[in-house]
Design a protein around this ligand. Sequence first.
Ligand code: PRP
Ligand code: URA
Length: 209
Amino acid sequence: MGKVVVCDHPLIQHKLTIIRDKNTITKDFRDLVGEVATLMAYEITRDLPLAKTTIETPVAKMESSVLSGRMIGLVPILRAGLGMVDGILKLIPSAKVGHIGLQRDEETLQPVEYYLNLPTDAQERLLIVIDPMLATGGSAIAALSALKARGCRHLKLMCLIAAPEGVEALQAAHPDVDLYVAAVDERLNERGYIVPGLGDAGDRLFGTK
Ligand code: PRP
Ligand code: URA
Protein backbone atom coordinates (compact mmCIF):
# COMPACT_ATOMS: atom_id res chain seq x y z
CA MET A 1 0.00 0.00 0.00
CA GLY A 2 1.29 3.49 -0.84
CA LYS A 3 2.35 5.71 2.05
CA VAL A 4 0.32 8.75 3.06
CA VAL A 5 2.77 11.36 4.31
CA VAL A 6 1.14 14.32 6.06
CA CYS A 7 3.62 17.18 5.88
CA ASP A 8 2.98 18.68 9.31
CA HIS A 9 5.87 21.16 9.45
CA PRO A 10 4.70 24.25 11.40
CA LEU A 11 5.43 26.59 8.46
CA ILE A 12 3.28 24.46 6.16
CA GLN A 13 0.44 24.31 8.67
CA HIS A 14 0.56 28.07 9.34
CA LYS A 15 0.51 28.94 5.65
CA LEU A 16 -2.25 26.40 4.99
CA THR A 17 -4.48 28.14 7.53
CA ILE A 18 -4.17 31.41 5.60
CA ILE A 19 -4.76 29.60 2.30
CA ARG A 20 -7.98 28.08 3.68
CA ASP A 21 -9.34 31.42 4.98
CA LYS A 22 -12.07 32.70 2.63
CA ASN A 23 -10.89 36.29 3.23
CA THR A 24 -7.45 35.62 1.74
CA ILE A 25 -7.11 37.54 -1.54
CA THR A 26 -6.07 35.91 -4.81
CA LYS A 27 -2.51 37.25 -4.79
CA ASP A 28 -1.81 36.01 -1.27
CA PHE A 29 -3.53 32.69 -1.99
CA ARG A 30 -1.33 32.15 -5.07
CA ASP A 31 1.88 33.19 -3.29
CA LEU A 32 1.17 30.94 -0.30
CA VAL A 33 0.27 27.91 -2.43
CA GLY A 34 3.66 28.37 -4.12
CA GLU A 35 5.45 28.63 -0.77
CA VAL A 36 3.79 25.52 0.61
CA ALA A 37 4.68 23.66 -2.60
CA THR A 38 8.34 24.57 -2.04
CA LEU A 39 8.22 23.28 1.52
CA MET A 40 6.45 20.09 0.44
CA ALA A 41 9.06 19.54 -2.29
CA TYR A 42 11.58 19.29 0.53
CA GLU A 43 9.56 16.44 2.07
CA ILE A 44 8.78 14.57 -1.15
CA THR A 45 12.47 14.50 -2.13
CA ARG A 46 13.66 13.31 1.30
CA ASP A 47 14.33 9.73 0.10
CA LEU A 48 16.14 10.58 -3.15
CA PRO A 49 19.27 8.44 -3.49
CA LEU A 50 22.75 9.94 -3.17
CA ALA A 51 26.15 8.89 -4.51
CA LYS A 52 29.63 9.97 -3.59
CA THR A 53 31.79 12.12 -5.82
CA THR A 54 35.24 13.54 -5.28
CA ILE A 55 35.66 17.31 -5.25
CA GLU A 56 38.31 19.70 -4.10
CA THR A 57 37.41 22.48 -1.71
CA PRO A 58 39.83 25.41 -1.44
CA VAL A 59 41.33 23.50 1.52
CA ALA A 60 41.34 19.78 0.67
CA LYS A 61 40.02 16.94 -1.48
CA MET A 62 36.89 15.27 -0.17
CA GLU A 63 34.22 12.71 -0.98
CA SER A 64 30.87 14.45 -1.04
CA SER A 65 27.24 13.55 -1.87
CA VAL A 66 25.32 14.32 -5.03
CA LEU A 67 21.88 13.22 -6.23
CA SER A 68 22.23 9.99 -8.18
CA GLY A 69 18.77 8.61 -8.89
CA ARG A 70 16.24 9.18 -11.61
CA MET A 71 15.75 12.61 -13.10
CA ILE A 72 12.53 14.24 -11.93
CA GLY A 73 9.45 15.32 -13.86
CA LEU A 74 6.54 17.37 -12.59
CA VAL A 75 3.06 16.72 -13.96
CA PRO A 76 0.57 19.34 -12.79
CA ILE A 77 -3.09 18.52 -13.35
CA LEU A 78 -4.55 21.56 -15.12
CA ARG A 79 -5.56 23.97 -14.01
CA ALA A 80 -5.04 24.14 -10.29
CA GLY A 81 -1.86 22.03 -10.27
CA LEU A 82 -0.12 24.89 -12.11
CA GLY A 83 -0.20 26.89 -8.89
CA MET A 84 2.33 24.56 -7.29
CA VAL A 85 4.82 24.14 -10.16
CA ASP A 86 7.03 27.21 -9.69
CA GLY A 87 7.30 26.56 -5.97
CA ILE A 88 8.65 23.05 -6.60
CA LEU A 89 10.97 24.22 -9.40
CA LYS A 90 12.65 26.53 -6.87
CA LEU A 91 14.07 23.40 -5.20
CA ILE A 92 14.32 21.16 -8.28
CA PRO A 93 15.18 23.56 -11.11
CA SER A 94 16.25 20.78 -13.48
CA ALA A 95 12.87 19.03 -13.40
CA LYS A 96 11.01 18.84 -16.70
CA VAL A 97 7.33 19.69 -16.67
CA GLY A 98 4.56 17.75 -18.43
CA HIS A 99 0.91 18.73 -18.30
CA ILE A 100 -2.32 16.80 -18.06
CA GLY A 101 -5.64 18.55 -18.52
CA LEU A 102 -8.51 17.07 -16.55
CA GLN A 103 -11.75 18.81 -15.71
CA ARG A 104 -14.22 17.45 -13.24
CA ASP A 105 -17.72 17.24 -14.68
CA GLU A 106 -19.63 19.01 -11.90
CA GLU A 107 -22.74 16.84 -12.52
CA THR A 108 -21.14 13.40 -12.50
CA LEU A 109 -17.92 14.40 -10.62
CA GLN A 110 -16.07 12.29 -13.23
CA PRO A 111 -12.80 13.69 -14.67
CA VAL A 112 -12.64 14.34 -18.42
CA GLU A 113 -9.14 14.39 -20.04
CA TYR A 114 -8.65 17.26 -22.50
CA TYR A 115 -4.85 17.60 -22.80
CA LEU A 116 -1.67 15.57 -22.27
CA ASN A 117 1.92 16.56 -23.05
CA LEU A 118 4.85 14.80 -21.38
CA PRO A 119 8.64 15.06 -21.57
CA THR A 120 9.96 12.58 -24.18
CA ASP A 121 11.84 10.64 -21.47
CA ALA A 122 8.93 10.65 -19.00
CA GLN A 123 9.11 6.84 -18.59
CA GLU A 124 12.65 7.11 -17.17
CA ARG A 125 11.84 9.87 -14.70
CA LEU A 126 10.40 9.97 -11.22
CA LEU A 127 7.16 11.82 -11.95
CA ILE A 128 5.52 13.95 -9.26
CA VAL A 129 1.85 14.46 -10.12
CA ILE A 130 0.60 17.71 -8.60
CA ASP A 131 -2.91 18.84 -7.70
CA PRO A 132 -3.92 20.95 -4.70
CA MET A 133 -7.13 18.96 -4.11
CA LEU A 134 -7.73 15.21 -3.77
CA ALA A 135 -11.51 15.15 -3.38
CA THR A 136 -13.21 12.03 -4.80
CA GLY A 137 -9.76 11.14 -6.13
CA GLY A 138 -11.15 10.79 -9.64
CA SER A 139 -8.83 13.37 -11.26
CA ALA A 140 -5.63 12.11 -9.63
CA ILE A 141 -6.52 8.48 -10.30
CA ALA A 142 -7.23 9.27 -13.97
CA ALA A 143 -3.96 11.23 -14.26
CA LEU A 144 -1.93 8.39 -12.76
CA SER A 145 -3.70 5.86 -15.02
CA ALA A 146 -2.96 8.02 -18.08
CA LEU A 147 0.73 8.13 -17.12
CA LYS A 148 0.89 4.38 -16.48
CA ALA A 149 -0.80 3.76 -19.86
CA ARG A 150 2.16 5.59 -21.42
CA GLY A 151 4.71 3.43 -19.61
CA CYS A 152 5.47 5.68 -16.64
CA ARG A 153 6.06 3.58 -13.53
CA HIS A 154 7.82 5.80 -11.00
CA LEU A 155 5.08 8.03 -9.63
CA LYS A 156 4.33 10.11 -6.55
CA LEU A 157 1.36 12.38 -5.87
CA MET A 158 1.52 15.77 -4.12
CA CYS A 159 -1.66 17.52 -2.94
CA LEU A 160 -2.40 20.27 -0.45
CA ILE A 161 -5.64 18.87 0.99
CA ALA A 162 -7.19 15.42 0.69
CA ALA A 163 -10.55 14.00 1.69
CA PRO A 164 -10.49 10.57 3.36
CA GLU A 165 -12.68 9.31 0.49
CA GLY A 166 -10.03 10.40 -2.03
CA VAL A 167 -7.20 8.79 -0.09
CA GLU A 168 -9.11 5.50 0.06
CA ALA A 169 -9.94 5.59 -3.66
CA LEU A 170 -6.34 6.43 -4.55
CA GLN A 171 -4.94 3.60 -2.48
CA ALA A 172 -7.39 1.13 -4.03
CA ALA A 173 -6.62 2.24 -7.60
CA HIS A 174 -2.86 2.91 -7.29
CA PRO A 175 -1.44 1.08 -4.26
CA ASP A 176 2.09 1.67 -5.60
CA VAL A 177 1.84 5.49 -5.40
CA ASP A 178 2.88 7.44 -2.29
CA LEU A 179 0.77 10.50 -1.42
CA TYR A 180 2.19 13.67 0.15
CA VAL A 181 -0.39 16.06 1.60
CA ALA A 182 -0.44 19.03 3.96
CA ALA A 183 -3.76 17.91 5.51
CA VAL A 184 -6.38 15.18 5.37
CA ASP A 185 -9.74 16.83 6.07
CA GLU A 186 -13.05 15.53 7.45
CA ARG A 187 -15.12 14.53 4.43
CA LEU A 188 -16.67 15.44 1.09
CA ASN A 189 -19.94 17.33 0.90
CA GLU A 190 -22.82 16.43 -1.44
CA ARG A 191 -21.24 18.54 -4.25
CA GLY A 192 -17.92 16.73 -3.98
CA TYR A 193 -16.16 19.59 -2.17
CA ILE A 194 -13.72 18.90 0.62
CA VAL A 195 -15.00 19.96 4.07
CA PRO A 196 -13.64 22.24 5.47
CA GLY A 197 -11.15 22.40 2.56
CA LEU A 198 -10.40 25.71 0.89
CA GLY A 199 -13.15 25.97 -1.72
CA ASP A 200 -12.41 25.73 -5.44
CA ALA A 201 -8.62 25.73 -5.77
CA GLY A 202 -8.54 26.72 -9.46
CA ASP A 203 -10.95 29.60 -8.99
CA ARG A 204 -9.11 30.91 -5.93
CA LEU A 205 -5.72 30.66 -7.69
CA PHE A 206 -6.77 32.38 -10.86
CA GLY A 207 -9.47 34.70 -9.54
CA THR A 208 -12.26 33.18 -11.64
CA LYS A 209 -15.94 32.97 -10.52
C1 PRP B 1 -10.38 20.36 -9.10
C2 PRP B 1 -9.05 20.10 -8.44
C3 PRP B 1 -8.78 18.69 -8.82
C4 PRP B 1 -10.17 18.07 -8.80
C5 PRP B 1 -10.32 17.30 -7.53
O1 PRP B 1 -10.20 20.62 -10.44
O2 PRP B 1 -8.04 20.98 -8.84
O3 PRP B 1 -8.18 18.52 -10.09
O4 PRP B 1 -11.10 19.15 -8.85
O5 PRP B 1 -11.53 16.63 -7.49
P1 PRP B 1 -11.63 15.04 -7.59
O6 PRP B 1 -10.62 14.48 -6.64
O7 PRP B 1 -13.05 14.78 -7.14
O8 PRP B 1 -11.39 14.63 -9.00
P2 PRP B 1 -11.38 21.06 -11.42
O9 PRP B 1 -11.94 19.86 -12.10
O10 PRP B 1 -12.34 21.93 -10.69
O11 PRP B 1 -10.62 21.85 -12.55
P3 PRP B 1 -9.75 23.19 -12.48
O12 PRP B 1 -8.43 22.83 -11.83
O13 PRP B 1 -9.59 23.56 -13.91
O14 PRP B 1 -10.49 24.23 -11.68
N1 URA C 1 -11.95 20.67 -6.27
C1 URA C 1 -11.67 21.80 -5.58
O1 URA C 1 -11.07 22.75 -6.13
N2 URA C 1 -12.06 21.87 -4.30
C2 URA C 1 -12.68 20.86 -3.68
O2 URA C 1 -13.01 20.99 -2.48
C3 URA C 1 -12.97 19.70 -4.41
C4 URA C 1 -12.59 19.63 -5.71
